[in-house]
Design a protein around this ligand. Structure first.
Ligand SMILES: Cc1cc2nc3c(=O)[nH]c(=O)nc-3n(C[C@H](O)[C@H](O)[C@H](O)COP(=O)(O)OP(=O)(O)OC[C@H]3O[C@@H](n4cnc5c(N)ncnc54)[C@H](O)[C@@H]3O)c2cc1C
Length: 394
């Protein structure tokens, strides 16, 4: 009987855990090495009583989400309903409004079939196709999907596809939030992996890749550069200021505010999942893209100004607060002339694979991590050609 393939996975975030589960399901013997004491990478959540997601916040309905649901890894998800939709606001020209500007509505409703070119910038293409006002509002709306202060510089095909994803007309909306935050999903993934026989080693930082067996590198791109000794592993990503607060709840607080002026976004996560904060408190998470040459402090100040417009008196109601900066940690951005296919390749030769949110796989943000993990797992567990046979045929 053939020996099972032994796979080493370096990194225990969403990508590494997905790869571990997928390889184990295909009969491989799997060991995951995670440098930190806790699994999850950017998909961790802060400890109770305010359970704020560090990175991953929401998924959209699609294959990666279905893969998690099929394994019962997300818990029973509360879908957004009328209450949340009625609580959505937009900041446009300094004012909080209920409805998007007409030019933006026309763009995302009637322009959905337009083919955005890969090799032109979103600014150049969208301004001509839909007008300057529609482009400017769309660029703001893209903030929470791109974490970039200037989406107009990106490939039109890339930015427009993401715009259509986040504005998909459906009820209930296509956004998915696992109850208990993404930390809960990570715990379920780890338990599921262990149940399949995966060995999970935490506090296990790998400094040199093992020579034998398939190895799946599921780290950030900078860490992968060192491990794979390849300086060409580079790609564009975003830069954003983040502010999370716990507050005494207030009846008139909106559910979410899209900042069409500056690309910011704030969301009251306890609206759909009250377990994320103590009773009568709200958890609100906000972000705003940092401009080139802007300081983090200035980004936070602009984000606080968005909170001021969105949640009256929030400063006097704060019971918990944390602020961070996410630089080059928010997923891949494709510049004009490039698509996801041009990003660092998954297969690195010698049974080594690179996965994560910055590699050549389709999807939005963390979907790329899951999609790339599934592609690498299928390749890594494919029976290897018999060396003696391949010698004879060459
Ligand atoms: C602010 C913010 C908001 C986001 N919002 C969303 C969102 O709403 N929706 C969405 O889909 N995505 C979102 N993302 C993106 C999402 O968080 C990431 O795409 C996803 O979590 C990446 O998972 P990963 O496993 O590829 O990488 P990581 O989570 O970075 O995991 C890599 C792991 O490798 C480990 N590691 C590194 N080096 C070594 C080593 N040498 N040895 C062993 N282990 C090592 C690290 O400790 C880490 O645990 C957001 C990200 C940020 C920062």
């Amino acid at each position: 009987m053939a020996q099972p393939i032994s796979v080493t996975v370096v990194g225990g975030g969403l990508a590494g855990l997905t790869a571990a589960i997928a390889c184990a399901e295909r009969g491989a013997v799997v060991t995951v090495h995670e440098a930190h004491s806790a699994l999850g990478g950017r998909a961790k959540s802060s400890p109770a009583p305010y359970v704020a997601n560090d990175g991953t916040h929401a998924f959209y309905q699609g294959e990666p989400w279905r893969w998690l649901v099929a394994r019962d890894l997300t818990g029973t998800v509360e879908r957004l309903g009328i209450r949340q939709l009625a609580g959505v606001r937009m900041r446009h020209r300094g004012q909080l409004r209920r409805l998007p500007p007409r030019a933006l509505t026309a763009m995302v409703c009637f322009g959905r079939r337009r083919q955005a070119p890969v090799d032109r910038s979103f600014r150049e293409w969208a301004s001509v196709e839909f007008g300057d006002q529609a482009f400017a509002a769309a660029a703001g709306l893209l903030g929470p999907a791109l974490y970039d202060a200037d989406p107009g510089r990106l490939s039109a095909a890339f930015a427009f596809e993401r715009l259509l994803r986040v504005t998909t007309p459906s009820y209930p909306p296509a956004t998915r939030y696992p109850p208990g935050g993404w930390g809960a999903v990570v715990s379920q993934m780890a338990a599921h992996a262990r149940g399949l026989g995966v060995v999970v080693e935490t506090n296990s930082r790998i400094t040199a890749l093992p020579e034998d067996g398939p190895v799946i590198v599921a780290t950030s791109l900078p860490a992968a550069r060192n491990l794979l000794d390849d300086n060409s592993l580079q790609w564009e990503s975003g830069n954003a200021a983040l502010l999370d607060i716990g507050v005494h709840q207030h009846r008139s607080d909106p559910f979410a505010v899209f900042d069409l002026d500056e690309g910011g976004f704030v969301e009251r996560f306890t609206s759909q999942d009250p377990s994320l904060a103590p009773a009568l408190h709200s958890l609100i998470q906000g972000e705003i893209p940092i401009r080139p040459d802007e300081t983090k402090a200035s980004g936070i100040a602009r984000l606080e100004a968005l909170f001021d417009v969105s949640f009256p008196d929030w400063r006097g109601r704060v019971t918990w607060r944390r602020q961070q900066n996410a630089q080059h940690r928010t997923g891949a951005l494709d510049l004009p002339g490039t698509t996801w296919r041009d990003r660092p390749k998954i297969s690195r030769g010698d049974h080594r694979y690179l996965i994560g949110d910055m590699v050549a796989a389709p999807g939005l943000l963390a979907e790329v991590s899951i999609n790339s993990a599934l592609i690498a797992s299928a390749a890594a567990t494919h029976p290897r050609p018999d060396r003696s046979t391949s010698h004879r045929t060459t």
